[in-house]
Write a protein that binds this ligand. Structure first.
Ligand SMILES: Nc1ncnc2c1ncn2[C@@H]1O[C@H](COP(=O)(O)OP(=O)(O)OP(=O)(O)O)[C@@H](O)[C@H]1O
Ligand SMILES: [Mg+2]
Length: 398
């Protein structure tokens, strides 16, 4: 018996995939990019904004601050072009972020997990510099080279230190181009690596002692850093560095309606990328997931009547998006395409139960105390209980 996994006539390795450019995305033969950069995905909107934008642009900016804010919050241009909203939230907050970048100060986006810090940073860089790819990913292992520069050791040994042997970091490249450099998870980097940014941000130069030289930043260079407020204490930011940033705190969505809108929009976009049917997810299911997340986060039901135990999980908007996307994938491939309670139950459990010793108790209490009694939620209660009976819930609840 041959398993049905024999290679199709054209194997992937028979012909290596061509390196992709934005234009190559139009090639109908090749599979689409899994996740295009913001400047690729929204190239049309960015071009339309640049064409319509008559306002003053700061040096090296592709768009004026007004057009950047319109790109982020959405709007309709005079020629009728619709600009989709990327960030759903306070206009003032976005204006403050954009205005900061138009000064010589750097921007720190701070907030809970899943509050769109990375998302906003990518779209800001795409709108301002047309390039969101100059990124330093902060981890405990990030070295100073990632912020300053490294060396091509073969050339260094053969030729000695020279500009050609130098490997610029994303920050250095942004300095020479006058672009936005992004630093993700700033507080996860060691203190000495963070401090390498201080000279860059205050002097706008990057010394290269080995060449008795330096790089001077071109106007337009700036840094957008993100940091998670749950990580505070991992590597506290030095006050010297903090003073170089204007901080914008991204809040959790203020209302259930706002969060439902965020989830619905992002699910539709992700669904398109995953080639799921072009049908919006049932709004009722999105609302239920969002309500559950908000109630468990807040420790009280939406009507304020019942207190509930808060699980250890973050239950971010980003996780609500993946519960719905996962549910839609189940419904599409294993159901009739309609998102139902049983499609979201498994995702919900996965999102809520992070600590197997305490979270199952909190979840079971919530199911019995809130979900069971809520009119119209019986199907969800049953779907969750069926999963528990199947042993899908980590032990510890009984
Ligand atoms: N207010 C919002 N407007 C639009 N999208 C949002 C909003 N809040 C969350 N999202 C969506 O949530 C998802 C996750 O956001 P993102 O990864 O940027 O979070 P984060 O704040 O960087 O989280 P982490 O701290 O875990 O890195 C994105 O797909 C984003 O579209
Ligand atoms: Mg992030």
């Amino acid at each position: 018996m041959t398993p049905p996994v024999t290679a199709p006539t054209q194997t992937a390795d028979a012909q290596p995939a061509p390196s992709r450019t934005v234009d190559a995305a139009a090639d109908a033969e090749a599979p689409p990019l899994l996740r295009p950069h913001a400047e690729q995905a929204y190239a049309g909107e960015l071009a339309a904004l640049a064409a319509a934008d008559t306002r003053v642009r700061p040096p090296s900016w592709r768009l004026s601050p007004w057009a950047v804010v319109t790109y982020l919050l959405g709007g309709v241009l005079e020629d009728g072009t619709v600009i989709s909203a990327k960030y759903i939230g306070s206009r003032r907050l976005v204006e403050v972020a954009v205005a900061t970048l138009a000064t010589d100060r750097a921007l720190l986006l701070l907030g809970s997990p899943g509050t769109a810090k990375t998302w906003l940073s990518e779209h800001l860089a795409a709108a301002i510099s047309g390039d969101s790819t100059l990124v330093v990913q902060g981890t405990a292992g990030t070295s100073e080279d990632a912020v300053r520069y490294g060396w091509n050791y073969a050339r260094l040994i053969a030729e000695g230190p020279s500009h050609d042997a130098l490997v610029p970091s994303p920050v250095m490249r942004a300095m020479t181009r006058g672009s936005v450099a992004r630093v993700e998870e700033l507080t996860r980097m060691g203190a000495e690596v963070q401090d390498a940014l201080i000279t860059v941000l205050s002097e706008k130069t990057l010394p290269i002692p080995e060449l008795s030289s330096e790089i001077q930043a071109v106007a337009g260079f700036t840094v957008i850093a993100t940091a998670n407020d749950r990580d505070r204490g991992v590597n506290e930011m030095s006050s010297a560095l903090r003073r170089r940033f204007n901080t914008v705190i991204l809040p959790l969505p203020a209302t259930e309606d706002a969060e439902v809108e965020i989830v619905t929009r992002r699910v539709a976009e992700i669904g398109r990328a995953l080639a799921l049917p072009d049908e919006p997810p049932a709004l009722d299911e999105v609302r239920r997931v969002v309500r559950i997340f908000r109630e468990l986060r807040a420790g009280v039901t939406a009507d304020g009547r019942t207190t509930v135990r808060t699980p250890t999980a973050t239950l971010s908007t980003a996780e609500a998006i993946s519960v719905i996307t996962g549910g839609m994938t189940l419904a599409t491939h294993f159901g009739d395409g309609q998102l139902r309670a049983e499609d979201i139950a498994a995702g919900l459990l996965g999102a809520v139960i992070k600590d197997p010793s305490t979270d199952p108790v909190a979840w079971q209490e919530y199911l019995e105390g809130v979900v069971r009694a809520r009119p119209g939620w019986r199907d969800l209660y049953r779907a969750c209980q069926d999963l528990a009976d199947d042993g899908a819930v980590a032990a510890g609840g009984a």
